[in-house]
Each structure stands twice: as structure tokens, then as C-alpha cells.
Design a protein around this ligand. Structure first.
Ligand SMILES: Cc1cc2nc3c(=O)[nH]c(=O)nc-3n(C[C@H](O)[C@H](O)[C@H](O)COP(=O)(O)OP(=O)(O)OC[C@H]3O[C@@H](n4cnc5c(N)ncnc54)[C@H](O)[C@@H]3O)c2cc1C
Length: 247
């Protein structure tokens, strides 16, 4: 595992998805250290002197591929004080500092898995999903929910991988809005976008031997708590419930 390093970056691209959700591409001044899919970085918008203390920052899953160490991508939703500042201050060319890599929320490739992603929590899975090859030896089921179909991010990549990788399946959830009426949800209706919040019943009815799989949960604290409790009450043992603790 790489030692965390601090790296100066410039904002290279900023995508506003609406609903105060953004994707930010960063251009690091130096190649970033090796990291693994599912790891996260600390980002600060404060001025930083490498000789001084690390300032106030927030952590974000690294959504970009570890194969490209010349770019970093994160997705964030405005939740409180700091992310509101990010929304005001992050502009093209703006300098920020990051330190990485951190965390051990790494999807193991030797067992059938269910990935549960809420909102920008999808970022913890994108590098893993992007790297899936057709011969991937285990089965991967992604259940991904967002407030509206337009806030389902990375759908181009997910749909591409669904076509390429026979052992990969997905189910989407949108709390409001009809995916068939939303041009940003490319393959409207298929493989399925259910109305409402991410829920376990429709997953249990679609996933063979759901209770025997390992579950990975990434998203806002309320979702992690609710789905974690429900998985335990369905008898999934704690060692097969892996949570990217967002608190
Ligand atoms: C391992 C890890 C990975 C993360 N990855 C991402 C990511 O990829 N994208 C992303 O947008 N965020 C991610 N987060 C959450 C992020 O770091 C911030 O905690 C969150 O955005 C709130 O920051 P804030 O400063 O705006 O809110 P604060 O001012 O710190 O808090 C304001 C309020 O928001 C609540 N809150 C804190 N975190 C969350 C949250 N995640 N969801 C809902 N309410 C919250 C607090 O309880 C508080 O009441 C991750 C957190 C962790 C620990």
C-alpha cells in the first residue's frame, strides 16, 4: 500500500449535474501515488504551505481509474458548510491540495458481491466497475439509487460494462422523475430503474442467493445505517457487510 502524499492540483473540468451535485476532474502537478479502487482522498480548498499543518478538508472517494495517475476525479454533493464552500470556490483552473491514498474499502474479486450505492457513493465503485473484464470470475450486482434519473452518474460506463461483462448486472432507483423521460439516463427502462429509494426487496427477488453474497455499501450516513440494519435483520453476517463509513 502506498504512503499517503500531498499533491497540488488544478481544477481541469467541472460538471454541474444539477441538484448541487458535481463531478470535478483534477490535474495533479505530479503523478499521484498508486491507489486502489475504492480508496479516498482528502481535499482542501484552503491555501496550504507544505511546510505547515494540513488545513480543514473533507474526504471523497476517488472515482477515477488507478491506471491513470495523471488525473483524479471526484463527485460531491453539497451537504453542509464545507461542501457549500467547495461549490462557491471550485472553478476551472482553481488550485486545490489533495492527500491520498486512504482507506481499505476495496471490493475483493474472489466472491459474488452486491454493491449498494447511494448518490455520490457510486464514486467508491466506479474504478472497480470500469476495470471489470468479460472473464471476471465472480458475479457482481450493482444497485444504485439517486434523487432523480439525471443524478445517476457514470451511466455510460455502467451500460458499456453491462454489455461487455456477462457476470455483471445492475438495477437503478430514482426517488423522483421518470427515466424514460430523461435523456441523461441513456438506456431508459433497461436494465430497470425503479421508482423510490434503494431497497432490498427488489434486489432479493432478482439476485440468486442474495443472502450468500458479500455486500458493499457506499453513500450518505442515513442510507448506510438503514440498509446495514436491514441486511443484518435478513441474517447477513457482519463480516459480509462492508461499509464505506461516511462519518
Ligand atoms: C470514506 C468517505 C468517503 C466519502 N466520499 C464522498 C464522496 O465521494 N462524495 C461526497 O459527496 N461525499 C463523500 N463523503 C462525505 C464528505 O466527506 C462530507 O462528510 C460530506 O460531504 C459533508 O461535508 P460538509 O462539510 O459539507 O458537511 P459538514 O458541515 O461537515 O456537516 C453538515 C451536516 O451534514 C451531515 N453529513 C456529513 N456527512 C454527510 C453525508 N455524507 N451525507 C449526508 N449528510 C452528511 C453532518 O452530520 C452534518 O449534520 C465521504 C465521506 C467519507 C468518510
Amino acid at each position: 500500500m502506498s504512503m499517503p502524499r500531498k499533491v497540488r492540483c488544478a481544477v481541469e473540468e467541472l460538471v454541474d449535474h444539477g441538484g448541487h451535485v458535481y463531478t470535478v476532474t483534477l490535474l495533479p502537478a505530479d503523478p499521484v501515488p498508486n491507489f486502489r479502487p475504492g480508496q479516498f482522498l482528502h481535499l482542501t480548498v484552503e491555501p496550504y504551505d507544505p511546510a505547515g499543518f494540513w488545513p480543514d478538508s473533507r474526504v471523497f472517494s476517488i472515482a477515477s481509474s488507478p491506471r491513470d495517475r495523471s488525473r483524479l476525479r471526484i463527485c460531491y454533493a453539497v451537504k453542509g458548510r464545507y461542501t457549500a464552500r467547495m461549490e462557491q470556490q471550485l472553478q476551472m483552473g482553481r488550485e486545490v491540495w489533495v492527500k491520498l491514498p486512504y482507506g481499505d474499502f476495496v471490493v475483493e474479486g474472489d466472491t459474488d458481491v452486491v454493491l449498494l450505492a447511494g448518490g455520490t457513493g457510486i464514486s467508491a465503485f466506479t474504478a472497480f466497475l470500469e476495470a471489470l473484464e468479460p472473464a471476471h470470475p465472480t458475479r457482481v450486482f450493482l444497485a444504485y439509487g439517486a434523487r432523480s434519473p439525471g443524478l445517476l452518474l457514470f451511466t455510460d460506463m455502467i451500460f458499456r460494462q453491462l454489455e461487455r461483462v456477462p457476470g455483471f448486472e445492475a438495477l437503478f432507483f430514482a426517488e423522483a422523475g421518470d427515466p424514460r423521460a430523461d435523456a441523461s439516463f441513456p438506456a431508459a427502462g433497461a436494465p430497470g430503474c425503479l421508482p423510490g429509494r434503494l431497497a432490498l426487496d427488489p434486489i432479493w427477488s432478482r439476485v440468486e442467493n442474495a443472502g450468500d453474497r458479500t455486500f458493499y455499501l457506499s453513500g450518505p450516513p442515513l442510507m448506510l445505517r438503514a440498509l446495514g440494519d436491514e441486511l443484518r435483520s435478513r441474517g447477513v453476517p457482519p463480516e459480509r457487510i462492508r461499509v464505506d463509513a461516511w462519518e
